[in-house]
Write a protein of this length. Structure first.
Length: 260
């Protein structure tokens, strides 16, 4: 960091930095994220943060787990936000470390609003969201001039863990050629059925990218009509992305020379 031709901002006591760690590969961290890891007193991290990234923390940093995983006991969001406030008020340099990007299905907005209400100075450091970086590691472009001029990122479950009821599935199916679902494995069959009922072809290409950009990455390519059943047979594990659309077959032309 000392050799950089520009200065990174100081990480001062009493501040909270909301930092995106990217989809998994430590090489995808931004300079600001690495800077925050080196300078933090306390790192409050999510379940999807790779252990190799936590190993980059300063020698005296305290790491606190605050991960949320579906179907398992998890810290409540108000408690996490209050913990960030309390640590900052105690004069700590607080790094809130999240997989992907803090503001893309990462509850970063809720935490930022809580910090602002508490008058705690904070910084947001974007990360590479899995819907872009994870697909790239699987050899699936998010966009291509030949296939799509629009893409939608959709959560696979709402705050209660159910299929999102606020999504207009008919409009989504008809308006956007490429759909990327986060956290959708548990409801993949229901989501597929809704899209097909709204007019998407059951033969449309679809893929799942599990544990994207990590050594355990697995890619399943199928069709919209079959992907839920195939994922169940293959015991595909979360975290996983689901992508539907004509970008999926582009992978076939990239794999031979795509570096792992």
């Amino acid at each position: 960091m000392d050799a950089l031709p520009f200065a990174l901002p100081d990480f001062l006591p009493g501040q909270v930095w909301l930092v995106g760690a990217g989809p998994g590969d430590p090489g995808l961290l931004s300079l600001l994220a690495a800077h925050a890891l080196a300078g933090a007193d306390v790192i409050v991290y999510d379940a999807l943060v790779d252990e190799r990234i936590l190993a980059m923390a300063g020698p005296n940093a305290v790491c606190e787990f605050a991960g949320k995983r579906g179907g398992k006991p998890s810290p409540k969001q108000p408690d996490i936000s209050q913990r960030l406030i309390d640590l900052a008020r105690a004069g700590q340099r607080v790094l809130r470390l999240k997989g992907g990007d803090p503001f893309v299905f990462g509850r970063g907005a809720e935490e930022a609003l809580a910090l602002a209400r508490a008058k705690i100075p904070f910084r947001v450091v974007p990360g590479i969201t899995a819907g872009v970086g994870g697909l790239a590691y699987a050899g699936i472009p998010a966009t291509s001039r030949e296939t799509n001029s629009a893409i939608a990122f959709v959560t696979g479950h709402d705050a209660q863990g159910a299929v999102p009821s606020t999504v207009d599935w008919d409009a989504l199916a008809k308006a956007v050629p490429v759909l990327v679902f986060y956290m959708a494995l548990a409801h993949l069959d229901g989501i597929s059925r809704r899209l097909i009922a709204a007019g998407r072809s059951p033969e449309e290409p679809a893929a799942i990218v599990s544990k994207a950009s990590t050594p355990g990455q697995m890619v399943l390519v199928s069709t919209l009509g079959e992907i839920a059943a195939q994922a169940a047979r293959r015991s595909i594990a979360p975290p996983a992305l689901v992508v539907v659309g004509s970008v999926v077959p582009l992978r076939d032309g990239l794999l031979e020379f795509l570096l792992a």
